[in-house]
Design a protein around this ligand. Structure first.
Ligand code: GLN
Length: 486
């Protein structure tokens, strides 16, 4: 997809400005609060200026980058200089980021054209984009359903053709799960592969930025351009990344694919289980070797995640105090801010933070408090280590692991909003990957019929630490073979 568009721009068949206008036209037609609601801010002027700069280079006969002139969207958790950055929270309703995230600087440098900021669950906490303070994003195939979350705006925008690709962030599945629901490709890189500088932190030991795209090749192209060590992120790895698109060989002969024992699928929609089994067979037909693996501590992953994540959330959210930036208690409707500093903190947070954010801050504060720390946080860290070791043991035997991305397909809006625990269960196949830090990708492997709509099913491929090239190569073969069999 990206390569084709790139060739057209480079050959002068279409200008970058025309392309930007075309996609902005799609946003105008489909988006807005009454429509898809995938975008929170559209940056028309900036997009057209960036596109014009690319056109000037083409006119000059210069070689442009593969991403130059290609329209994309940015999850609103990522800071963009001079542009409103809310993380879909009322507490940042008036926040204009004073700097660009490292990923944005890198994309600007190659001439990528951002069309604006996409909707999400508030501070990336959620699995349906219903927790946005600016209204939910709708599923492009059925407005009554959710697009997944928290990068639901990015996934919906890509699936609806409002952008060619989009940036998301993934703490426990927020790139992969919406990609699965909307039928796109979503890649969560290895922890440390992509700089987190300028990503509004949710849970810093789990967060990673990555692309949502229409094809595996596109994901490889984007990853090549956003990865690399960054002095501004001490957790970024000492590695410059690779030109990943050059590693798609089309050959998986002899590659070992780990699959889970069937009993792991007992709480799964059987139609999804069938598609995953079929995907494994497809890879086998291409010459890969299937091998059953065990991840004995996988069943604790959700419990561990829902202790570690809120603990980190509670400390990361402390910066939203109404003093340094964002909204203050005085901006609130009830107009009676307390006098003392503590009252002002409390008022600001009470008025402007959503229910889910408050819930996690309370859970995390409790888990970290004296007397409970050893029982919850410390214990969870130990089990996290065991999960990490499970993956290390599995990757001694196999090159990649195949499993579902989600236990069910895109559900109806409102179906889980009254019961946070059922919502958390959506994350059952994704959170272990963040706890271990390995890279993983979701790609469409089939559809199931619901209410007359063919809803996408996502297959999840998990790779070894820093082996995105191996992961993308296998995903690319699976994608091509699935396209042939459908
Ligand atoms: N759905 C998960 C949660 O609610 C994942 C969120 C994320 O990856 N940002 O925590």
């Amino acid at each position: 997809m990206i390569k084709e568009l790139h060739n057209k721009i480079q050959n002068g068949e279409v200008t970058a400005v025309q392309l930007a206008e075309q996609y902005l036209g799609m946003i105008e037609q489909k988006d807005g609060p009454e429509g898809l609601n995938a975008f929170l801010t559209v940056t028309r002027e900036e997009a057209l200026a960036a596109a014009a700069a690319v056109d000037a280079k083409v006119t000059n006969g210069e070689e442009i980058d593969l991403l130059a002139g290609i329209p994309y969207g940015v999850k609103d958790a990522i800071c963009t200089k001079g542009v409103r950055t809310t993380s879909a929270s009322k507490i940042l309703d008036n926040y204009i980021a004073p700097y660009d995230a490292t990923v944005i600087e890198k994309l600007n440098a190659v001439g990528a054209v951002s069309l604006g900021k996409t909707n999400m669950d508030e501070f990336a906490m959620g699995a349906s984009t219903e927790n946005s303070a600016y209204g939910r994003t709708k599923h492009p195939l059925d407005p009554a359903r959710v697009p997944g979350g928290s990068s639901g705006g990015s996934a919906a925008a890509v699936a609806a053709g409002e952008v060619v690709w989009a940036l998301g962030s993934d703490t426990g599945g927020s790139i992969r799960q919406p990609a699965a629901f909307c039928g796109c490709v979503g890649l969560k890189p290895t922890y440390g592969r992509v700089s987190r500088h300028g990503l509004i932190a949710m849970a810093s030991s789990l967060d990673q930025i990555g692309p949502l795209t229409q094809t595996v090749e596109d994901a490889a192209i984007v990853l090549s351009r956003i990865s690399g060590q960054d002095p501004l992120d001490a957790t970024s790895a000492h590695s410059s990344g690779k030109p990943y698109e050059h590693y798609l060989t089309g050959d998986v002969t002899g590659k070992k694919i780990g699959v889970l024992p069937q009993e792991m699928y007992k709480n799964l929609d059987p139609r999804i289980a069938e598609h995953i089994t079929r995907a494994a067979e497809v890879l086998q037909e291409q010459g890969a070797v299937l091998q059953e693996i065990e991840l004995p501590h996988l069943r604790y992953a959700l419990s561990v995640y829902y202790i570690i994540m809120p603990s980190e959330v509670s400390s990361n959210m402390a910066r939203f105090d109404g003093i340094r930036y964002g909204m203050t208690a005085d901006d609130g409707a009830d107009n009676a801010p307390g006098e003392g500093i503590h009252e002002r903190y409390q008022d600001t947070r009470r008025i402007f933070l959503g229910e889910e954010v408050k819930r996690r801050v309370m859970l995390g504060t409790y888990g970290l408090s004296a007397g409970y720390y050893d029982q919850y946080y410390n214990k969870a860290q130990k089990v996290r280590r065991l999960i990490h070791q499970d993956f290390a043991a599995a990757f001694k035997k196999v090159d990649t692991i195949l499993m579902p991305t989600t236990p069910e397909v895109a559900f109806k809006a409102g179906a889980k909003t009254d019961d946070p625990l059922t919502m958390y269960l959506s994350d059952i196949f994704t959170v272990a990957i963040n706890l271990a830090g390995v890279p993983a990708l979701s790609l469409p492997v089939g559809t199931v019929q619901e209410d007359g709509v063919a809803l996408p099913v996502g297959g999840q491929l998990i790779g070894k630490w820093f082996d995105e090239e191996g992961l993308l190569n296998i995903a690319d073969v699976l994608e091509r073979s699935c396209a042939e069999t459908h």
